[in-house]
Structure formats: structure tokens, C-alpha cells
Design a protein around this ligand. Structure first.
Ligand code: OGA
Ligand code: NI
Length: 338
């Protein structure tokens, strides 16, 4: 059995183990600011475009409440997540990322352990591609809880609708044709679900739930835990707690949106911390341009006075350079700047 299969973070937490050396992340001297909630963008209001532009330019993320999902539906999504992670080990292992001794990205487990000196995150996750539908690996979709698949399908459809609405408002806010960002996502954009489980830790000062990173996606929707905080965003050079309404969804800019918007909508650095008492869950939905699609600064955002700041490249090629660096806690966006 590989090391990766042996060490689920959840089990170490249940056994009250001290974090092993591979999980030690020394960052305890960094200050964290506790401020007001992140900006709310009211979709549907006459000034939605102005709201979205201001929010993204100052935070790189915002919250939406008019997302078309009821509070009880959002609770269902959280409940299937909790129920899955509470299943017995053997049941979860049916969906393992480890197949015939090899790591595959989709499934239940930790992120890949690619190198000896990689610091590991205090997090177990279930990663599933949900769109386009023909890419679904249903054998990795939990059958237990019994509502899991239906709830995830419904959440995917509703999330996709919200994402396209948001992309239209974002394009309008820059005086572009409302489809100009959606077009760059291609006919079959990718939507991936990442269910995160962050067990509590005896030494939260020594571990990190998710290392500081910006997302590789175009846009990410996050459904955070209702009761337990942990997500932080880098704003003006300091870490700030991400505080939201319990019924809100977070919309976060990914690196590919930074490229498409020619740097107007920057992808923020964010991270997740743990605590000693309460385990936390979250669901991140990554919306990424189709792999073969060339992405680059939108036409209307480049002119004689506004130089092109990013290269044009295929979305899948961006992901290819992104992931090995992500695992090491390194960012990538600067590598595609001109
Ligand atoms: C992620 C992420 C945030 C969270 O999965 O990329 O940033 O709140 N998650 O768990
Ligand atoms: Ni993220």
C-alpha cells in the first residue's frame, strides 16, 4: 500500500495524532485580519455591473445571495458532503484516487504526493468532474448517501447557470459584448466539484488546510461551511478572514479569468486554516474553459493604449504547468505574463 493510501487526514485527526513532519507548515507568524464580510453583489439590481467590477477589483471575490438556490437546498449539498466523509473508511475507499497503485486526479483522497519535499495539506477531498456530462466518471460518484448523485447533478446545473449569469455581468461591466467571456469558455466548458473535508487538528498552528494558492479555473464558486470559518484571502498584502452570509455562495476569480480580462480581474491568493475543535467542510466548483480552447485577453480589452499583458494559450496547457507548481505551494500566473 502506498503512503498516500495509508494516511487519511481524517484518521490522524480521529486518533488525535500530532501532525507528522510532512504536514508541518511554518506560517504562524503571519497576521490575520478580521474585518467585515466580503462584498455582496446583488445580481438583478440596476447597478449590478458596477457592483461586480468594484467588488472584484478590490477583493478578487464576492458573495451572491440571489443565486437561485434555496437555503434548504444549500444545506442538502452540505449534508451529502458531511454524510460522505462520515462513511466508514472502506466505503469511501471504493472511490479512491489510487487505482492499481497509481494516482488519478478524480476521486476520494488527498492531492497527489509528487515529490519527497512537498508539504501536505491537512485536508481530504473528493474530486469529481460534473460537466460536460459525458466526462462524468460515475463509478467515482458515491452511491451513499443515496441522494448524493441527484443532489450533485442539481447543484451542477444551478451552479452552471449562476456562473454564466456572472460572466455576462462581468463582461458588461467592462463595456464588452455580454457573451465575450462565455465564448472563451468554449462549447463544453469543464465544471469540477471538489468536496473538502478539513478535520480539526491538535496543532492548527503547524498545519495548513490548503496552502496559499490562486485557482487554476476561470471562475470558482465556493459553498463554505455554515458554522466553521477557515477560508482567508490575501487583500492589500495581508490575510483577511472570508466572512459571508450563511446562505451565500462565494464567486472567486481564477487565473484563467485574470488572463481573459487582461489583468483587470485578478485571481486572489487564498488559503484555508484549521482549528482544534471543529472540522470544516466546503464545496468548490471550478469552471474552466474547455481544454482545447485558446484563451487570451479579450479583444475589446487590448488596444494601442492598453497593451496585451498575457500570452494566449490553450486552457489545458495552462493546467499542465499549474498543477505541479500548485502541489509545491507555488503560483503560476506570472509565467504567462508578457
Ligand atoms: C479550493 C479552495 C476553499 C475552501 O478548494 O481551491 O480554495 O473554503 N477551497 O475550502
Ligand atoms: Ni482555491
Amino acid at each position: 500500500m502506498s503512503e498516500q493510501e495509508m494516511k487519511m487526514v481524517q484518521e490522524m485527526a480521529e486518533n488525535q495524532e500530532e501532525p507528522p513532519l510532512r504536514y508541518i507548515w511554518r506560517n504562524s507568524d503571519e497576521q490575520v485580519h478580521d474585518v467585515n464580510p466580503i462584498p455582496v453583489v446583488h445580481l438583478g439590481q440596476p447597478d449590478e455591473a458596477e457592483q461586480i467590477k468594484t467588488a472584484i477589483q478590490s477583493w478578487g471575490m464576492f458573495q451572491v445571495i440571489e443565486h437561485g438556490m434555496t437555503p434548504s437546498f444549500l444545506d442538502e449539498v452540505r449534508d451529502i458532503t458531511k454524510a460522505f466523509f462520515e462513511l466508514p473508511r472502506d466505503e469511501k475507499q471504493k472511490y479512491s484516487t489510487m487505482k492499481n497503485g497509481k494516482f488519478q486526479f478524480e476521486g476520494y483522497g488527498n492531492d497527489e504526493v509528487a515529490t519527497e519535499d512537498q508539504i501536505l495539506d491537512w485536508n481530504d477531498r473528493l474530486y469529481l468532474t460534473v460537466q460536460p456530462e459525458e466526462k462524468r466518471k460515475l463509478e467515482l460518484w458515491p452511491e451513499n448517501p443515496s441522494s448524493f448523485r441527484d443532489v450533485l447533478s442539481e447543484f451542477s446545473t444551478k451552479t452552471r447557470k449562476l456562473l454564466d449569469d456572472v460572466l455576462k455581468v462581468m463582461a458588461k461591466s467592462l463595456e464588452l459584448d455580454e457573451d465575450s467571456f462565455i465564448r472563451q469558455f468554449g462549447d463544453r466548458p469543464l465544471l469540477d466539484a471538489r468536496f473538502n473535508n478539513y478535520p480539526c487538528c491538535r496543532r492548527p498552528d503547524l498545519v495548513i488546510g490548503v496552502k496559499p494558492h490562486s485557482d487554476s479555473s476561470g471562475l470558482t464558486i465556493i459553498l463554505p461551511d455554515k458554522d466553521v470559518e477557515g477560508l482567508q484571502v490575501m487583500k492589500d498584502g495581508v490575510w483577511v478572514k472570508v466572512i459571508t452570509d450563511p446562505h451565500a455562495l462565494i464567486v472567486n476569480m481564477g487565473d484563467q479569468m485574470e488572463i481573459i480580462s487582461n489583468g483587470i480581474f485578478k485571481s486572489p491568493l487564498h488559503r484555508v486554516v484549521t482549528n482544534t475543535e471543529k472540522h470544516r467542510i466546503s464545496i468548490a466548483m471550478f469552471y474552466t474553459p474547455e481544454g482545447e480552447t485558446e484563451i487570451g485577453p479579450a479583444d475589446g480589452l487590448v488596444s494601442d493604449t492598453k497593451p496585451r499583458l498575457y500570452k494566449t494559450l490553450k486552457s489545458k496547457d495552462y493546467l499542465g504547468i499549474f498543477f505541479p507548481r500548485y502541489l509545491l505551494g507555488k503560483t503560476t500566473i506570472h509565467l504567462v505574463k508578457i
